[in-house]
Design a protein around this ligand. Structure first.
Ligand SMILES: Nc1ncnc2c1ncn2[C@@H]1O[C@H](COP(=O)(O)OP(=O)(O)OP(=O)(O)O)[C@@H](O)[C@H]1O
Ligand SMILES: [Mg+2]
Length: 350
């Protein structure tokens, strides 16, 4: 910097990560740092001592914000760089103007700062996007909630019509509508589950007991489908802290997928594992079903991704969200034609 600052201060100002331009009371350039000379493509001694007007062009003095600051004392934020000097991209820099005052607060000059947007802008954009998404999510949840009431009415009347139209050609259409209604209701239920906040009823639970309950729930369905289902629990497992109902839901979604993948004679094994050195209890759910290719594995946690005619594509996402909320992890291994292993890790309480 020449004129206003010397020595160490000059060195420091040259290495500031912002461009700096200082004009005196008459509008002559008295200081410009290295960042700014680099940006406007002029050497320091080419511009120092020149009136700002010579760089911006005589026609621009009225609208120049740095000259306005000098004249009125009004400071500006979030300007385009070209509001002060030409030739700097507004995508990369944001500009502000400030008064330079003496001890008695009289305006001695004015300065402009050119701050790189880069990372800060990225962060600001990310925050805005996250806020927008959160708002959209909230609106969607409220809307889906509201859709439920008219659907219940439609469902009720469809059931009445089904009775009236029994044996007529219209019966088939009503049945089709009711089937679709079941699908829409399932979708709504899953969606609302997904948008529910984290777990609320935290208690100490035995994972083995939870798996026993789940086994009893699915056993008859497995027998009906002629599947070979078994549960192997490790002894003396320490308790986990969590929401029993939500964890049950998470495991049921995984087991339901295994059921869907299995055909008659297929095997489904649920197993809990634990050893003293580990901080996590493992629950391994293995099926000998159709398995998944790499692309399906990569997509299976995306919302609404499904390969099933009547799937909503939210089951695994809900399971993952619940397990994440419990500080756990979910790992999936699968091979087409051989089957799938889903491993859920949940932290234990000592
Ligand atoms: N055990 C499994 N074996 C084979 N494919 C599976 C298995 N688990 C998940 N998938 C695949 O991942 C996809 C997404 O599963 P997800 O549970 O999220 O949705 P869905 O089962 O299709 O529908 P729903 O929301 O009703 O559960 C499934 O459509 C299926 O292609
Ligand atoms: Mg599923």
């Amino acid at each position: 910097m020449i004129g206003l600052v010397e020595g160490w201060s000059s060195l420091a100002l040259d290495h500031l990560p912002v461009g700096l331009l200082i004009i005196d009371r008459e509008g002559f350039i008295r200081g410009i740092n290295q960042v700014l000379t680099g940006l406007i493509g002029l050497k320091r001694d080419q511009v120092t001592g020149l009136p700002l007007e010579e760089i911006i062009g005589a026609g621009q003095t009225g609208s120049n914000k740095l000259l306005q600051t000098l004249a009125s004392g009004r400071e500006f934020q979030h300007l385009m760089p070209e509001d002060v000097v030409p030739g700097i991209s507004s995508n990369d820099y944001s500009t502000s103007t400030h008064c330079v005052r003496d001890k008695s607060e009289l305006i001695m000059g004015a300065m402009a700062l050119f701050t790189p947007l880069g990372r800060q802008q990225e962060l600001e954009k990310a925050v805005i996007k996250a806020e927008k998404l959160a708002l959209l999510g909230q609106l969607a949840t409220e809307m889906v909630h509201e859709i439920r009431n008219p659907l219940t009415t439609i469902n009720g009347f469809l059931q009445l019509l089904q009775r009236d139209l029994k044996g007529t050609p219209g019966e088939e259409y009503i049945n089709l509508m009711l089937t679709e209604m079941v699908r829409v209701n399932g979708l709504i239920k899953q969606f609302l589950q997904l948008s529910r906040p984290g777990y609320s009823k935290r208690k100490l639970y035995s994972l083995n007991e939870l798996m026993n309950d789940i086994f009893l729930l699915v056993e008859s369905e497995a027998l009906h489908r002629k599947l070979d289902i078994r549960l192997v629990t490790a002894p003396d497992i320490p308790p986990i802290l969590g929401d029993n109902e939500q964890l049950k839901q998470a495991f049921l979604n995984i087991i339901k997928n295994a059921f869907d993948a299995l055909s008659v004679g297929g095997k489904l094994c649920m197993q809990t594992l634990w050893n003293n050195h580990e901080k996590f209890i493992q629950t391994i759910i293995t099926d000998t079903g159709v398995g998944m290719d790499e692309q399906t594995i990569a997509n299976m946690l995306h919302p609404f991704f499904t390969t099933k005619e009547s799937g909503t594509g939210l089951g695994m996402l809900i399971s993952k969200k619940i397990i994440d909320n419990h500080g756990g992890q979910i790992n999936i291994q699968s091979e087409p034609g051989k089957g799938t292993t889903v491993t859920v890790l949940l932290p234990v309480v000592y």
